[in-house]
Design a protein around this ligand. Sequence first.
Ligand code: AMP
Ligand code: ZN
Length: 469
Amino acid sequence: MALKLFNTRSRALEEIQPREPGRIGMYCCGPTVHNFAHIGNFRTFVSADLLRRYLQFKGLAVTHVMNITDVEDKIIKAVQSTGRKLRDYTGEYEAAFLQDFDALGCARPTHLPHATDYIPQIVSLIEKLVARGVAYRANDGSVYFSIEKYRGGGCRYGQLVNLNFEEMRVGERVSSDEYAKESVADFALWKARVPEDGEVFWPSPWGEGRPGWHIECSAMSMDLLGPSFDLHLGGEDLIFPHHEDEIAQSEGAGVQPPGQPFVKYWVHCAHLLVEGKKMAKSLGNFFTFRDLVAKGYTGREIRCLMIQAHYREQFNFTFEGLNAARANLARIDEFTTKLTELAQSAKGTPNDKILTQFANALDSDLNISGAWGIIFDWIRDTNRQIADNKLDSSQAASALATWEKLDSVLGLGAKPAAEAPLELLALLEERQSARKAKNFARSDAIRDELKAKGWQIEDTPKGPRLKKL
Ligand code: AMP
Ligand code: ZN
């Protein structure tokens, strides 16, 4: 069966047919690195990771791009209020983000481009838009996208959402990165330098300034995946204006081959709510990934919870749900431990029947609840065979191979011997940076400190890890 996903543009389930047979180009809007990412952000990234893993399970070669938004309105505000340098500030939150991302079992994207490394591509894209008459320079040196000119050229603004153009006043502008559907207006591609930007500016043909948020994603995605690519993901809040503007900027530049859209399939992940409400600091229900870790939950447990609900359903986070996910994961770990003991060194081939049922469920718009139903029925049946002493070593090895294949999609990974606390993982990162900078005195001191705390650094092909002494 072929994978079908809900395409936001057609508002229908569509069979995924890669533009190039066997290959998928996929872009997911990444984090804005101005703070620690919250569990809602991670729901979107874990969903993107699940899709990427499933595409690979189906034998497709996936080029997965996730950008790092390291310059936009919120970041500039934060940089100004702290008096720190842009890269210094964003670098810290980016490192924290990637640590959490790894702890959640998300596979690193093929490319992790930074917006600030793409200024030449951004400028060149804006130049194309200006040359084609769909962008204009305002008196202050900012450049705006003209919705009227774009529509006048026969292009459609409003591919992902219905917009009321009657209420729109031609030429009205919006300079902030975030705005609502009601205030649809010409949006900023390049923002002229203002005193509040401090040291954050670059030269451009229109004067000093910085890019708007939306153009960053158009420039990075098309540079790395080509002007027309397969899949674009993000949280549902990004549908308007961010993704609508991405389409306008990318298609407005006229760089796609004739008849091909900027993006073939738009996939959006519904929001995560906490105890039924939108997450807000004022409600006291706002959790970063780190908040949950501090309460004693592991990345695997949190992932296990996040991959329980369908990506298009609003997901209601509760501690009751997280505890249930913890229990499910413990059941899985117990199951794989028993299988490993029984299999000894036997080798087995996966159970095709289970894998086919699992794939049939996921082919239907990533129906993860259906997939879990199949997994837990199979675990129950296999456990029964184990209890009746009816599972020999080769059958156990086959069950283990089946689990490994299923887990290549679920991404829960093996139960680690013991998980090091986050502050020690941060020390390990610092040691890596010290080594890179040839600061061996510092790197040795960190090694000794970790040892004193009972952890040993172990070098693995995937990089250094902490092992309990
Ligand atoms: P940001 O770092 O704000 O740019 O957001 C990163 C990603 O998280 C985007 O794809 C957002 O759409 C997504 N996102 C933000 N809030 C939530 C939420 N409560 N639930 C799910 N995804 C979210
Ligand atoms: Zn984006």
